[in-house]
Design a binder for this molecule. Structure first.
Ligand SMILES: [Zn+2]
Ligand SMILES: [Zn+2]
Length: 452
């Protein structure tokens, strides 16, 4: 098998791999690097410009996997984009939102590359999408060659798939982004068992061990207690959340905690892309039963939109729980604007529920939660930091030990590392080299062709 990692920059980046198996050129994912803007955010598409792609596979709808797929699809109009059924609904919606963000960036930054594609490109992309059920094998042929593809549930986020290719009795598995623990809305991963030939493995959490006593269940409990304390002292609680998956999970956590009397009843406010995605989740539940999320929860909690006229420094007019995207408090988003209102008032509290990149406002706030002030750049407002700030580990990614165990039991002849920063990959490289002495552990250089 020939393999090229097309992610140009270090870290998680713009995920995309090309593999060649016999006559088949297959592209797995084509994302955008969340830390880059414009063409810098694209995968190294030049490395595959000469090749015609036969099959495209989309593991899930986070933009670091999906974000540049309309460009690849347009260049390879005959290649089906194979993905799980939920993703056939979600991918066009996520891409449409991405166009809006890119248009705003064009205005702000004067970057004329943006938007990288248009709504009509998404219509064509949509046409190429091919939904495949989890666990079902489908065979694709090219001349006399054939390949079998099976998608497996990877937890992580609704629709997330690990991809298994079977070619001449060799099993090649892309883990995609994986979470083994169940979320409130979604069961955990069920990756393919048995002996694998080549495993392409995510390494997101490789740099850090998680204490064994900390689990998703204990973190959810700690979160409920924290929200409850903030409300009891008469404050508002802001939970910045990722729109796809995490917001819906937190809705369910709050809903159930209220029903069990663990949280006092109070107004719940929500805003951002995540609210629209709730409608999609409800539809996906009805059509596929792959998620446990019912829109009726929002009616029963009487979820309200965020007030539009927010003034930095002036406390939010109504006390309650504010569930707002984005999860990393990126500028111009509802969570960023609401934080500028909440932060100066000591009764309020901020609860972060996911990973925050150090370069984002959320990451900067968490880097020094005891600082005296925080500067809200785009609002030109220096806020005194008086509200409480806490973080809860509701990550969508598996612990490094769980992933390493999976790799070891697969007895893979080769393990290819991906989706992690240098320290994370380094841990996996050391750990797997020791535990799998007969296997090749590969941390590929971007754009280089490897025979695996
Ligand atoms: Zn992801
Ligand atoms: Zn990812």
């Amino acid at each position: 098998m020939e393999l090229i990692d097309l992610n140009r920059h270090e870290g998680i980046g713009a995920n995309s791999h090309l593999i060649r198996l016999g006559d088949f050129n297959i592209l797995v994912d084509s994302g955008l690097d969340p830390k880059m803007i414009g063409k810098d955010a694209l995968p190294e598409h030049a490395a595959i410009a000469e090749r015609s792609i036969d099959l495209i596979v989309l593991t899930h709808c986070h933009l670091d996997h999906l974000g540049s797929m309309p460009l690849v699809a347009a260049r390879n109009p005959h290649a089906p984009i194979i993905t799980s059924l939920p993703n056939t609904y979600l991918a066009p919606r996520m891409l449409r939102n991405s166009i809006n963000v890119m248009k705003r960036q064009r205005e702000e930054l004067g970057n004329t590359d943006l938007p990288l594609f248009l709504h009509r490109d998404i219509a064509l992309f949509d046409h190429q999408l091919y939904g495949q059920r989890f666990g079902r094998s489908e065979i694709h042929t090219k001349a006399k060659d054939q390949i079998e593809i099976i998608l497996h549930p990877a937890g992580h986020v609704i629709g997330a798939a690990a991809v298994e290719f079977i070619y001449k009795h060799r099993r090649i598995v892309f883990s995609g982004d994986v979470l083994f623990e169940a979320q409130r809305t979604l069961p955990g991963a069920q990756l393919p068992g048995g002996k694998i030939d080549t495993l392409i493995l995510e390494t997101t959490r490789g740099a850090k061990a998680r204490a064994p006593e900390i689990t998703r269940v204990t973190e959810v409990e700690r979160l409920i207690n924290a929200i409850s304390k903030i409300l009891e002292r008469g404050g508002s609680c802001l939970i910045p959340t990722f729109a796809l998956g995490r917001m819906q999970e937190i809705f369910k956590i709050i809903y159930e905690a209220r029903n069990f009397g663990q949280l006092p009843r109070c107004p719940v406010f929500a805003a951002g892309l995540g609210m629209d995605l709730c409608n999609y989740f409800d539809k996906i539940r009805k059509k596929t039963q792959l998620i446990d999320f019912d829109l009726k929860m929002l009616d029963r909690m009487r979820v309200k939109p965020l007030e539009i006229n927010l003034r930095p420094g002036r406390d939010l007019p109504q006390k309650g729980i504010y569930l707002l995207s984005s999860g990393m408090m990126v500028q111009h988003t509802p969570s960023y604007k609401a934080a500028a209102c909440l932060l100066p008032h000591p009764k309020n509290g901020l609860c972060f529920v996911g990973y925050n990149d150090p370069d984002t406002p959320g990451g900067q706030l968490l880097a020094d939660p005891k600082a005296a002030h925080f500067y809200f750049d785009s609002l030109e407002y220096r806020a005194p930091m008086r509200a409480s700030i806490q973080q809860f580990d509701l990550s969508g990614h598996a612990n490094r030990e769980e992933l390493a165990d999976y790799a070891v039991q697969s007895e893979a002849r080769a393990v290819v590392l991906t989706h992690g920063d240098t320290a994370a990959r380094h841990w996996f490289s050391e750990e797997l080299s020791e535990r799998m002495p007969g296997s090749r552990i590969l941390d590929p250089n971007p754009g280089e062709v490897y025979q695996v």
